[in-house]
Design a protein around this ligand. Sequence first.
Ligand code: NAD
Length: 378
Amino acid sequence: MSDAILSTFTSGEKEETVKSDKVLKAGFIGTGWIATTYAEEMDKFDDIKIVALSDLIPGKAEKFAERYGFTGVNFYPNGNAMIDAEDLDIVFVCTYNTQHAPCAIYALNHGVNVLLEKPFTVTLEEAVEIMRAEKASGKLLSIGFQPRMDENWRQVKKIVDSGELGKVYYIQTGGGRRRGIPNSTFIEKRTAGIGALGDIGCYSLDLVLKAVGYPKPLTATGYTSAYFGANPKYNNPADAARFNVDDFAAGFIRLEGDIILDFRISWAMNMDTPGDTIILGTEGGLRIPSTDCWNGSFPKPLKIYKEVAGEQLEYEVPMRRTPEGLFYRKIRSFADAVKYGGEPPVPSSEILYNQAIIDGLVKSAELGREVEIKIPEI
Ligand SMILES: NC(=O)c1ccc[n+]([C@@H]2O[C@H](COP(=O)([O-])OP(=O)(O)OC[C@H]3O[C@@H](n4cnc5c(N)ncnc54)[C@H](O)[C@@H]3O)[C@@H](O)[C@H]2O)c1
């Protein structure tokens, strides 16, 4: 990454790690579905204690505590009230997307380290505001992009970093579902802000951008549509009636370093797959054979394509397991960064570029033309 923004967030000097007995006091903002994935991991963490829960829906946090056996916790009607009353080390922001920015900014401004769910935000402007709060607070902010912690995706990055592909110049990525429109708070602008593009598109973009070193996005040409979510033929009538986000998006993004990113993502389509993820380099190519690779899944091994002594060869890369699971890694790596210092596992400086692409695709789709991506100074 070459941008000045990134140098603002470069990690400090590495200190010798000394095992800390500190138990982190944690709270949740939002106790919906994603919060349950954290709660299910909690008995693996003897250094995180859940002390407070908040949710806008009366009684929801109490039920959540009961279900997961969190005793002695305090309950609050919203995240700000919890931050005001508690002395938390960390907060898990598990709200729907449109509440990500206000909740994360409030917590950072009050000196609390934040693990924020994905997508980072709805707009680029919100992402910038969060990063400014992060910078002013000196606290840690990480974002819930657990698919990048999959061992196979780490392998993709290692292969790119090894130089075996030469100069990378073209990436095709995305995927998604033939039928898989979520419901609840995911399908309304008021709560989600964006649809498939933000929900699963953000992962898909993250995985390939991380692999190639998160080059700065320069321009975007975007397309979004909603032919399925709002149609009672494909969605239940009550959900179809309130559906007002995208269920499919496509984009063509120019990245710094003369790299083209060709992308599409779907919650619903009349096709089994919009294609594999491929990374083309001057010395080799990489195929990631999965329409589900946005969530870290690798149903089949990835393949490297190379020319060796004039022969066109293909190699399969052995599949790897991620023994502890991605959700465990997401929480563990964040807690370790808070306890021992260093870079957050998913730094905002990277995800800012991810959000800038999503924002650029939305704006381009609205305008019907290519847009320049302008990223403000933090
Ligand atoms: N990392 C992942 O794998 C993953 C998977 C699914 C969802 N998510 C993300 O997690 C987020 C939440 O998704 P969900 O399915 O849990 O949604 P949800 O609607 O089930 O839950 C969100 C909860 O947040 C509460 N809330 C909103 N604003 C609040 C505030 N200011 N204070 C307190 N509570 C507040 C709502 O009342 C609701 O109960 C979304 O941004 C989604 O994209 C991440």
